[in-house]
Design a binder for this molecule. Structure first.
Ligand code: HEM
Length: 463
């Protein structure tokens, strides 16, 4: 049940209106019906509203307009901490990764990881991405039916393992990629997803209980990653992330501990492929349910060859607009990390006290009627007609916590789409609209987007 709280006066500035307390129904709505719940909260309380504590989540102020996002993202980042409020991710990813760091240690970790996702290093991933996509296409036969979400997960997982982690393909590689998928696929089940949000369900009653199984799968994954770390200890190539983490030292010359490295690998694995896989599956869905957009994109792709420089492919304007519009309409992360105040602060006319958290709501901003008229319609042209500010279009969050892998995600989405669409004519198996469904912390297309191979454009691919 929800009820409006009275505006609280402090220093003559009102406190945002909002929800008074969550009952069980309110919590379940937030977990399993987040989009209508966010929309109805906005209709009731406005663009900026209060959400009280529930389960392990602290009370926070939801920000659903560009003005609020600008005030937050352009403020001095020392006013906030995010690591301390990111405790919900600990069960899944561990407690010692970049997500849980703040201040100087956070800056230092970003500086260490950043080069792996930008510049020359990023460009060098282009061929790996197209090769991995090509090997998937080569396995397809006419009339094959598959879940596009599974295909894109397979591609993005291989990209992160090979390109970013530098893990070579051997027996252990197959075991590792299967175990990662098994671990993350647990969150297709509402029971496992609920447990992430409700620690009371995190009861280990043995391997056959849901949480016991989750811990067992996590342990198996840790064992496989530990083997990789041990293998690499003796063969540090200075370029890839695993080598960087192994060779990094702090000001006292101390190396990162094994558990710090493990948690960072888990975080990058998760952040680096789950989100990209769902975003790509959405892009395939939108294109194939909007023939005019599909044909517009095919016209543009006709201007390039498969051996065109990947960086040139990534600059194609309509392809870029399709990717942006897919990330806008159903963002895989509904919120970016919340920012907890380290001191009292006046925000948008409200007086907030130290300890209050601010939660930028990506979904509400992306569906703000002042920024995106008819926001539920898929219209890539929006991104050709005007340029949106970094406070209006925020699929990757912003400021000092902006997604570290955003450039890789965009590059990967464009190259995978171009490589597939230039060679394969696909169709959606059902004409029913597909809605987002929760998969752990992210949102994913319900049913995974079933698609079928109609024909191959390049006859040399056909068996
Ligand atoms: C479409 C794909 C992706 C989406 C939608 C996405 C979204 C996000 C969002 C919303 C945040 C929080 C930002 C904030 O609070 O301001 C974030 C953080 C992060 N993302 Fe991504 N991400 C994607 C892909 C990736 C990839 C490919 C990687 C790396 C391999 C990655 C690594 C990270 C990391 C390490 C952080 C934490 C940054 C920090 O705490 O400083 N993400 N991402």
């Amino acid at each position: 049940m929800t009820a409006t709280i009275k505006a609280k006066k402090s220093n003559n500035l009102a406190f945002p209106q909002g929800i008074k307390r969550y009952g069980l129904k309110g919590i379940l709505n937030l977990i399993f019906r987040p989009l209508p719940t966010l929309e109805s909260n906005r209709n009731r309380y406005g663009d900026i509203y209060y959400s009280p504590a529930f389960s392990s989540f602290p009370p926070f102020i939801v920000i659903g307009n560009a003005e609020g996002i600008e005030a937050l993202f352009s403020a001095d980042s020392e006013l906030f901490e995010s690591g301390t409020s990111n405790t919900a991710f600990q069960a899944l990813l561990g407690s010692q990764s970049i997500l849980q760091l703040d201040g100087k240690p956070h800056q230092k970790r970003r500086k260490l990881l950043m080069p792996s996702f930008h510049g020359q290093r990023l460009q060098s991933y282009g061929t790996i991405i197209t090769d991995i996509t090509q090997s998937v296409i080569n396995r397809w036969q006419k009339d094959d039916i598959f879940s596009m979400r599974k295909i894109t997960q397979d591609i993005t997982l291989n990209v992160i393992l090979q390109a970013v982690f530098g893990i070579g393909q051997d027996n252990q590689y197959d075991q590792l990629s299967q175990q990662i998928s098994k671990y993350l696929d647990l969150f297709n089940s509402p029971l496992y997803t609920s447990a992430l949000f409700l620690p009371i369900l995190q009861q280990n009653l043995g391997q056959w209980s849901p949480w016991g199984n989750f811990l067992h799968q996590k342990k198996k994954l840790h064992q496989l990653l530990s083997k990789e770390i041990d293998k690499r200890q003796n063969n540090i190539d200075s370029e890839d992330i695993l080598s960087l983490l192994l060779s990094a030292t702090d000001e006292n010359g101390e190396h990162l501990s094994q558990s710090e490295i493990m948690d960072e690998l888990m975080t990058l694995l998760f952040a680096g492929h789950e989100t990209t896989a769902s975003s790509l599956a959405w892009a395939f869905y939108w294109l194939h349910s909007h023939p005019e957009c599909y044909h517009h994109l095919q016209d543009e792709l006709n201007t390039i060859n498969l051996d065109t420089d990947p960086t040139a492919i990534a600059k194609l304007p309509y392809l870029s607009a399709v990717v942006s519009e897919s990330l806008r309409i159903y963002p895989t992360a509904l919120f970016s990390f919340s920012r907890t105040l380290t001191t009292s602060w006046e925000f948008m006319g409200y007086s907030l006290e130290k300890g209050m958290s601010l939660a930028p709501c990506i979904y509400l901003v992306h569906h703000h009627p002042d920024i995106y008229p008819n926001s539920k319609e898929f219209k890539p042209e929006r991104f050709l007609d005007r340029q949106f500010s970094p406070y209006e279009f925020i699929p990757f969050g912003g400021s000092n916590r902006r997604c570290l892998g955003y450039a890789l995600a965009l590059y990967e989405m464009k190259l995978v789409l171009a490589t597939v669409l230039k060679q394969v004519n696909l169709k959606l198996v059902s004409s029913q609209p597909i809605l987002p469904v929760r998969r752990g912390f992210t949102m994913s297309p319900k049913g995974g987007v079933k698609m079928q191979v109609k024909e191959f454009f390049n006859p040399s691919i056909v068996e």
